[in-house]
Design a protein around this ligand. Structure first.
Ligand code: COA
Length: 383
């Protein structure tokens, strides 16, 4: 029997701190008017000292599990799409798995920049459709404020922090993620890049001094690329699902720039109302923008049961991707009390289990010797 990957849970998390365009105008030579007219952005959320890509992911994932009404130990796989992982190694997904108490789940990070969520959704859906797994958590999460050069007015005005998550579940009933499309054009790699910190240019005094660990962007080139691919990818993914553009209730594009979205609407000859936009309040949250937008579209009644929607992402790589989904699961009128208790117990136990495991590792370290202390830094050799 053919299997389908349904979106049965969705959740989001954004930091509390709001940074307005007026706040930015006090930091760099810009104005609220310039930012609003060129991008449509009014404000964005910025991670506080206690927020990180993993902490936002965990909150978004918990909200998605609540909507799907399943417990974390029923999750088989966690994919975190991000360009701002907690560390270069280990994967943020492992930290999320530990914090959720998803004891039966594997996890990995996926980097496809602002297209990351659509890429992760594609992989998650295919793992389910193959019959290999039943419940997959797909998360898009970013703390871009940590990799922005706050002196560069060409980029720092655009980005914000946040996370969004979908819980995908397998079923024999047709629906869910119906078709996807993934593309990449690496010849445009340098147009949106964090040059240092990888194997090409490891961190050094110079890379830090020259801001090479921050986002660099050729705004005009990225703009041209985005307007070119959005309409074509939307048409293709709709066709692949055997549908017509008229069958699509809502298009949820990556929230980069209002003008890019308006240009796609013109190319597709569709009214602006078919495109969901919330970039005014969050800016560009990269891999998190599509799931956050979906959560708000559901909340506002713009995405309802049995609606067909196109999710479309584009960004560094250059990469782009689109998914045609049938939003065919409604929020359950009430969650099962038993499942709710189970979730709470698992979250509580996850902290205890994690501390116990760390304790056991410390004891083993004392007995057998250890080179790497808890904070992850290699102990300097003793003099
Ligand atoms: N405030 C005020 N002026 C600014 C500014 C800012 N934040 N940023 C740039 N400018 C200035 C430039 O210095 C330039 O001045 P000049 O004419 O004296 O040289 C002028 O505004 C025009 O700059 P330009 O780069 O041509 O602006 P633009 O119309 O291309 O808009 C972007 C810039 C970044 C808003 C636009 O290119 C864009 O949105 N690109 C896509 C970016 C994107 O979405 N990236 C993520 C994709 S996932």
């Amino acid at each position: 029997m053919e299997r389908y990957a349904h979106i049965t849970g969705w959740g989001m998390a954004v930091p509390e701190k709001v940074l307005t365009n007026d706040d930015l105008a006090r930091m760099v030579d810009t104005s609220d008017n310039w930012i609003r007219t060129r991008t449509g952005i009014r404000e964005r959320r910025i991670a506080g000292p206690r927020d990180s890509t993993a902490s936002l992911s965990v909150e978004a994932a918990q909200n998605a599990l609540e909507v799907a009404d399943i417990a974390p130990d029923d999750v088989d796989l966690i994919i975190v799409a991000t360009s701002t992982p907690e560390h270069l190694m280990p994967a943020t997904a492992s930290l999320v798995q530990d914090a959720l108490g998803a004891t039966k789940a594997g996890g990995f990070d996926l980097l496809a920049a602002c297209s990351g969520f659509v890429y992760a959704l594609t992989v998650g859906a295919q793992v389910i459709r193959s019959g290999a797994m039943q419940n997959v958590l797909v998360i898009g999460a970013e703390t871009l404020s940590r990799v922005v050069n706050w002196n560069d007015r060409g980029t720092c005005i655009l980005f914000g922090d946040g996370a969004g998550a979908f819980l995908l579940q397998g079923s024999g009933v047709p629906g869910g993620v119906l078709s996807t499309l993934l593309r990449s054009d690496g010849s445009g790699a340098s147009s949106l890049i964090i040059p240092a910190g990888g194997s090409r240019m490891p961190a050094s005094f110079n890379t830090v001094r020259e801001h090479l660990h921050a986002i660099q962007m050729d705004g005009k080139e990225v703009y041209r690329f985005a307007t070119r691919v959005m309409a074509a990818a939307t048409r293709e993914v709709v066709q692949k699902a055997g549908l017509r553009l008229d069958d699509v209730r809502l298009i949820v594009p990556h929230q980069a720039n209002r003008r890019i979205i308006e240009s796609a609407a013109r190319s597709l000859e569709l009214p602006q109302e078919k495109f969901f936009m919330n970039l005014e309040r969050y800016g560009n949250t990269s891999a998190a923008s599509i799931p956050i937008a979906c959560c708000e579209a559901v909340e506002q009644g713009r995405l309802r049961s049995n609606d067909h929607a196109v999710l479309i992402g584009f960004g560094a790589g250059l990469t782009w991707g689109a998914a045609l989904v049938k939003w065919d699961v409604t929020v359950k009128p009430e969650v099962s009390r038993w499942n709710q208790l189970r979730r709470r117990a698992v979250y509580g136990l996850a902290k205890v289990r994690s501390s116990l495991r760390r304790g056991v590792r410390r004891v083993e370290g004392v007995i057998y010797g250890s080179d790497v202390p808890e904070n992850g830094h290699k102990t300097p050799p003793r003099k």
